[in-house]
Design a protein around this ligand. Structure first.
Ligand SMILES: O=C(O)[C@H](O)COP(=O)(O)O
Length: 302
């Protein structure tokens, strides 16, 4: 017998397929693309489960207000907008869809790395504005340059494989990955202190937790090569992008994932929820953050 989940509140513009999958398995849902903090507090007591993206803050207050709440599903990877510790203490499970948008994040990272090398966005903007500034936007090759990947999980290692194929030297940092594992995706494992002065490009693929917040800061930047280029796709820790929603077009481009990935995260979360109610319905494994994250929280990597 599975969990008793009869009603699910879906917010933050999760793909419509999420609700459709739930409905086809007899689970009722209400989809509110945009919801304010007050509305969420008012609505949550009626629901057994909540599905969010990154916009809604699932604080202790929200979790407490969710009198019937059994599960919070994150349609995506990052759970920094959910108080996972409080959820665990209250017996509310937190599940996410960690792999569903990984390839999209990886491809966007690779594309942005090449774009940065060739100044595609500023050059195109100048041209559209009627300015012919060819000399100013002369690019460089990535071949032979060093790419530092901070966080070698699902996204980071795929980036390593692809950018190695472009001739980049890949160095990486991840306390959970061994040197032998790194070698499988052409990366050399290093300590952060050794990474900063070597990197021509730095890309962040860490979860946003206390130890990675403001990972790139005045101190680390001060130790980098002059002109180092930084790529931040998704919910990683870069203090200059902490303002959300961002308004700057480049930042918007950086955080926007293709629709494909949104369909996949919606599906993965819905299938996990259905499995919780009717075990074994889908092959999708349960990605329960409430079980694994406390160990990560205790790790200080700065
Ligand atoms: O954690 C993630 O999966 C990414 O940051 C994307 O999240 P969002 O699309 O919900 O903002």
């Amino acid at each position: 017998m599975g969990l008793d989940i009869n009603s699910v509140l879906i917010v933050d513009g999760v793909g419509a397929n999420c609700g459709e999958i739930l409905k086809s398995h007899g689970i009722k849902f209400v989809n509110k693309a945009k919801i304010s903090k007050d509305e969420l507090l008012q609505e949550i007591p009626q629901y057994d489960a909540l599905v969010v993206r990154s916009a809604s803050q699932v604080t202790k207050e929200v979790l407490k207000a969710g009198k019937k709440l059994k599960v919070v599903g994150r349609a995506g990877a990052g759970v920094d907008n959910i108080d996972v510790t409080a959820a665990g203490q209250m017996g509310i499970g937190v599940i996410n869809a960690p792999g569903a948008n990984a390839m999209s994040a990886c491809e966007l990272t690779c594309g942005l790395t090449l774009n940065l090398a060739r100044h595609v966005v500023p050059a195109a903007s100048a041209l559209r504005a009627g300015r012919w500034e060819r000399a100013q936007y002369t690019g460089t090759e990535v071949n032979g340059k060093t790419l530092a990947i901070l966080g070698l999980g699902r996204v980071g290692r795929e980036v390593a494989i692809r950018m190695h194929a472009f001739g980049m030297k890949i160095i990486g940092f991840d306390p959970f990955v061994t040197s032998e594992q790194c070698a499988q995706f052409h990366a050399t494992k290093m300590e952060l202190d050794d990474i900063w002065p070597l990197a021509d490009y730095i890309t962040l693929h860490t979860p946003l937790i206390d130890s990675t917040r403001n990972f790139i800061n005045a101190n680390s930047l001060g130790r980098c090569k002059k002109g180092v280029k930084i790529i931040n796709v998704g919910g990683a820790a870069l203090d200059v992008f902490e303002q959300e929603p961002p308004t700057d077009p480049l930042t918007l481009e950086i955080i926007e994932h293709p629709a494909e990935a949104q369909v996949r995260v919606g599906q993965e979360i819905a299938e996990q929820l259905v499995n919780l109610v009717k075990p074994g319905t889908f092959n999708t494994p349960l990605a329960e953050v409430t079980r694994v994250l406390p160990n990560i929280f205790s790790l200080c990597i700065r």
